[in-house]
Design a protein around this ligand. Structure first.
Ligand SMILES: Cc1ncc(COP(=O)(O)O)c(C=O)c1O
Length: 297
């Protein structure tokens, strides 16, 4: 295999990136746009990085059809850091939040949230890999937000509907399915995703946040996690992961020229159908523990 970049990589993340993007990065690595410098040697306040930063935001806005009353920010700390950041930015509003726990990552997020306020479990964690019928959910009136993981990477449980929260801001972790399907962003308070699974290398987290939710951070919220502060400073309030955002911008560009989210949804469906079919046609050699309605999209 060596340098041919031909390995079949099924890793959830960091995951395979388009070869053309990697080649472009390789070609530009020593001298970005004939500057005689590598992008990773440049200031995050340079005009070069400013263009990349703005373009990455614009591409996300375009690809996901993000309405103008939403900000797009890039932060560090990974998905796990964002579990805390969500609470530190929103939970102070009422001191409590509702959690839909459908697998490993929402479970970890709920545990993290308990450090910041009262966590209401909307339903007991299902023993099988499924989503309880929404008619059985116990949403609380005083929740500052309702949290869920749109695609449980470890457990394989994916929502194929948007949870109804009766006006309470909905927060979604889309780390492992962002850009694999169309999303009506207007139904959400916050959507976040670690870049390393679907849209770039590790290091940066994309947060799409409705403007009216900004400015509620707890006094103890570190500045680097304060969404309002990050947004006001166009995600360069402190040194961001410039390389990660740079590669992500190229992947987003690649998604756009490859046919956008519609095409990614088609590809994604094709890939998961292949896998699910192989399991289902294996005469029980393989078994699929995921309830059908939460499986292949
Ligand atoms: C859905 C989901 N959320 C959060 C995380 C945690 O992200 P990180 O490793 O960037 O903290 C992961 C996986 O790593 C994930 O799959």
């Amino acid at each position: 295999m060596g340098s041919s970049h031909s390995a079949l990589n099924f890793g959830a993340g960091p995951a395979k990136l388009p070869r053309s993007v990697l080649v472009e990065v390789q070609n530009e690595f020593l001298s970005y746009k004939d500057s005689g410098m590598s992008l990773i040697e440049m200031s995050h306040r340079s005009k070069e990085y400013d263009a990349i930063n703005n373009s990455a935001q614009q591409l996300i806005r375009e690809l996901l059809n993000v309405p103008s009353n939403y900000k797009i920010i890039f932060m560090q700390g990974g998905g796990l850091g964002c579990f805390s950041a969500i609470c530190m930015n929103l939970m102070g509003r009422t001191g409590e939040a509702d959690y839909l726990v459908t697998g490993t990552w929402s479970h970890i997020a709920a545990k993290e949230a308990a450090k910041y306020g009262k966590v209401n479990m909307v339903f007991p964690r299902p023993e099988n890999r499924s989503i309880p019928d929404p008619s059985t959910w116990k949403l609380s009136e005083n929740a500052s937000f309702v949290y869920y993981c749109d695609n449980e990477t470890v457990d394989g449980v994916e929502f194929h509907f948007v949870p109804e929260t009766n006006g309470v801001p909905l927060v979604a972790d889309m780390s492992s399915n962002i850009m694999t399907k169309k999303v009506d962003v207007s139904k959400y308070g916050i959507i976040f995703a670690g870049a390393q699974k679907n849209i770039g290398p590790s290091g940066t987290v994309v947060v799409i946040v409705r403007e009216d939710l900004l400015g509620n951070a707890m006094k103890t919220c570190p500045t680097v996690f304060d969404f309002a502060h990050i947004s006001k400073n166009n995600s360069v309030h402190h040194t961001p992961t410039t390389f990660a955002v740079y590669v992500m911008e190229k992947v987003l560009q690649w998604i756009k020229t490859s046919g956008g989210v519609d095409k990614m949804a088609e590809n994604s469906h094709q890939k998961s159908t292949l896998l699910y079919d192989a399991i289902n046609n294996s005469n029980n050699f393989y078994v699929c523990p995921i309830e059908e309605s939460c499986g292949v999209g």
